[in-house]
Design a protein around this ligand. Structure first.
Ligand code: 3HC
Ligand code: NAI
Length: 707
């Protein structure tokens, strides 16, 4: 028998324990082990019932996701969980599934093949396969509607959100919530039900007849809106619908057909890559896992504006007491009122209770001075973007902070080393670049200065996780990873409108590509004045004679700052819906004429290639420079911070799917047309394309070399 599945007996109850760290995935050997154990238990005359439980922190987190790539590459046979699940269900002895942690994906499918399920409070059940571009592939779409009802099964399979223990009980997915020790509780439960006729889930059909056809139509509508461009959620709905019109066996066949279609899609590969990517970014080659991290028990934030307020909320949400300092009572009151309003909205939406909001507010200490900052374990600066001010603030906190205090800046563009030079402890200085709204966006770029210590980096990465962020390490350069790459992307979007594309076609084409918003719509949302101010500050760095976008600055000169003034590239109605603006169109015409730009019709393909390949080429530059550790770090930044579609994996993964030779050819074509200052191909892109390699392959080499 496989080591990852153990069979033992507690008097008259057989206990099967899955012990396959870290999450008891159904890796090769585990299903076979379960099957052999169930068979042995049911043949043992001393056994009255069976309990199946997970060792460690969870029940079963699902199929082993690492195996899917091997299956599609033909290196492994496809998973065959159906026969194992049928065998559990057909076991002569009742099987009780004892759930703690998560029963996700194949884990819930195993659980549903049991005759009973018990669960501890705090555990979750779910079918999150759609998040990997898949659907449940081991009968989940057929057994779940039989337990939870069709509407809930549709929701769980199509949207992938988990259900907590109490709700699972109310829905009929589980039979009892066990307070106290799970194994003892499950054994007692097993003794209680032993001898009673055990019902097979696949034979239960009382909830199938209640299906309202409108459920499917409405779920499809929601999926098309909220999972735009993704076939897996629609396939999951089709599969659950099949349960209402086909026999269990036929329904399973339909599910298997849809599952395999999804499994072989590029989307599924991209989403699986994104899943592992989120975990890979926490691994920093030169910072061993056991690097000492500082204990962060209290925090302080400077500035309670747009970013400072959100950052303060992150700390309070994580239960960390946080002081927040402003320069005037007015600004402080405004900042705190915004925090209160955001929390109240969450209470209103039922995300957490009023008591939880009160607890969070009680952790926040608004103040106008540095009192207590000498006690803080971390101070995060979020004042206006200006080097002189940042240096002044860092000199002030350097004078009061304790020696073990981390000094973080939320700057989005400025040089971390120059900021650090204002202190006598550059090793403690680091960038914590949050994204707006900071209380919502998952990305945190952690920016390493040349002197930043490994301990400070390790602490920042761990802290990111505590704040429920995806922390990605970036090197110090203007714009770090995300904003540096965004500059050529936005530049091309503007060049395209100067050359003849409409604002609407640029926005629409990139939205259709899968971005959450078109680039000009993003600029309008962020405020055109922000870039205008930055461009003025950095004008001295611009190379004379190199083409720069002209329209945004002209809009700003007209007082059109984007959504906040109701007009930018587009006009906005009272519901902030964008409308075409003839005045902008006329301005663009005029700007193009003045600059001698020949206007022509521009096809969507060119819009995608110009914007995406500018982004990717810059990504390859900064990857070659070591600003990003791996291509996957860039992809995680873009998926989590910039609205890049996860189902395309990220810009670098997308480039791999296009083929780096094709990307390079197009970059060279644009270089010939628009000049080397704008389109010089990154050496790394050239090197990989010429060798027939991929960014993913480049990452793998780096990861292997550092192992
Ligand atoms: N297969 C393989 N590895 C997995 C895995 C899985 N299903 N789930 C998690 N892991 C790995 C992670 O990659 C990570 O590895 P690392 O330490 O080397 O980076 C490790 O387990 C721990 O995972 P997390 O860092 O995510 O740990 P958390 O405690 O934060 O979260 C979890 C645990 C909630 C279980 C989360 O990992 C999760 O959601 N996992 C995915 C669950 C899922 O999608 N299941 C469906 C799989 S598809 C399927 O079952 C198809 C079926 O229908 C046939
Ligand atoms: P903001 O203008 O909304 O807030 C800045 C706040 O800092 C103001 O309330 C101001 O009163 C306060 N302040 C100024 N000097 C201070 C001092 N000495 N002590 C205490 N408070 C002081 O600006 P925002 O947007 O929050 O930006 C802050 C920083 O975050 C900037 O460095 C910016 O580049 C960066 N950032 C901004 C993002 C955004 O989308 N707004 C995204 C990521 C980073």
């Amino acid at each position: 028998m496989n080591d990852s599945v153990k069979l033992a007996r507690r008097e008259d109850i057989a206990v099967i324990t899955i012990d396959n760290p870290p999450v008891n995935a159904l890796s090769p050997g585990v299903p076979e082990g379960i099957l052999a154990s169930v068979k042995a238990a049911s043949e043992d005359p001393a056994v009255k019932a069976v309990v199946l439980i997970g060792a460690g922190s969870t029940f079963i987190a699902g199929a082993d996701i690492r195996e899917f790539g091997k299956m599609t590459a033909g290196e492994r046979p496809r998973i065959a969980l159906y026969p194992m699940l049928l065998a559990i269900e057909d076991s002569a002895k009742p099987v009780v599934m004892a759930i703690h942690g998560q029963a996700f994906g194949g884990g819930l499918e195993v659980a549903m093949a049991g005759h009973y399920r018990v669960i501890v409070p705090g555990a979750q059940v779910g079918q999150p396969e759609v998040k990997l571009g898949l659907i449940p592939g081991a009968g989940g779409t057929q057994r779940l509607p039989r337990l939870a009802g069709v509407a809930k099964a549709v929701e769980m399979c199509a949207f992938g959100e988990p259900v907590a223990a109490q709700e699972a009980l109310a829905l009929g997915i589980v039979d009892r919530v066990i307070e106290g020790d799970l194994l003892n509780g499950a054994i007692a439960f097993a003794r209680e039900i032993a001898g009673r006729p055990a019902r097979k889930t696949r034979e239960r059909d009382e909830k199938l007849g209640q299906a309202d056809p409108a459920v499917f139509a409405s779920a499809r509508d929601t999926a098309r809106k909220t999972r735009r461009g993704q076939p897996a959620p629609l396939a999951a709905i089709d599969a659950v619908e099949a349960a209402t019109r086909l026999s269990f066996e036929e329904g399973c066949q339909e599910e298997a057909r849809l599952f395999h279609e999804c499994l072989f899609s590029i989307q599924s590969k991209a989403l699986i890559y994104a899943f592992f990517g989120e975990r890979t970014v926490s691994k920093i080659p030169d910072i061993p896992k056991d690097t000492k991290a500082y204990d962060i028990r209290s925090a302080a934030v400077i500035g309670a504006g747009t970013m400072g307020g959100g950052i303060t909320m992150n700390y309070a949400n994580a239960g960390i007491p946080v002081r927040v300092k402003e320069t005037s009572q007015d600004a402080l009151d405004r900042g705190i009122a915004t925090i209160r309003k955001n929390y109240a909205a969450s209470v209103q939406k039922g995300r957490f209770s009023q008591a939880a909001m009160d607890e969070r507010m009680a952790l926040i200490r608004p103040q106008l001075n540095y009192d207590g900052f000498d006690q803080a374990d971390i101070i995060v600066e979020a004042v206006f973007e200006g080097m002189a001010l940042k240096k002044q603030v860092f000199a002030e906190i350097d004078a009061i902070a304790k020696s073990s205090c981390i000094l973080a800046s939320n700057t989005s563009t400025l040089d971390i080393d120059e900021i650090a030079s204002a202190t006598k402890r550059p090793q403690m200085v680091i960038g914590h670049h949050f994204f707006s709204p900071a209380n919502v966006m998952r990305l945190l770029e952690v920016v390493r200065g040349k002197a930043t210590s490994k301990e400070v980096i390790a602490t920042s990465m761990a802290l990111g996780k505590r704040l429920k962020k995806v922390a990605v390490l970036a090197g110090n350069c203007r714009g770090f990873i995300g904003n540096r790459m965004l500059a050529p992307y936005f530049r091309e979007a503007q060049f395209l409108i100067e050359e003849g594309a409409s604002v609407e076609s640029v926005n629409r084409t990139l939205y259709d590509f899968g971005w959450a918003m078109g680039p000009l719509a993003v600029s309008d949302l962020a405020g055109l004045d922000v870039g205008w101010r930055i461009r003025k500050e950095f004008q001295h760095l611009e190379k004379p004679g190199v083409r720069v976008p002209l329209v945004a600055d002209r809009l700003c000169e007209m007082g059109r700052f984007g959504q906040k003034t109701g007009r930018g590239f587009s006009r906005y109605d009272e519901n902030r819906r964008p409308l075409p603006d003839p005045e902008t169109a006329a301005l663009i015409d005029e700007v193009a004429r003045e600059a001698g730009i020949h206007r022509r019709p521009i096809a969507p393909e060119e819009i995608v290639d110009r914007c995406l390949f500018a982004l990717i080429n810059e990504g390859a530059w900064l990857l070659g420079e070591g600003i990003a550790l791996r291509a996957v770090d860039i992809d995680v930044v873009y998926v989590n911070g910039y609205g890049f579609p996860a189902w395309r994996g990220g810009p670098m993964f997308y480039a791999d799917t296009v083929g780096l030779d094709k990307v390079l050819a197009r970059v060279e074509e644009f270089e010939a047309r628009h000049g080397s200052d704008l389109w010089s191909p990154a050496p790394l892109l050239q090197q990989l394309a010429r060798a027939g390699q991929t960014f993913a392959g480049y990452d793998k080499r780096g990861i292997e070399a550092s192992a």
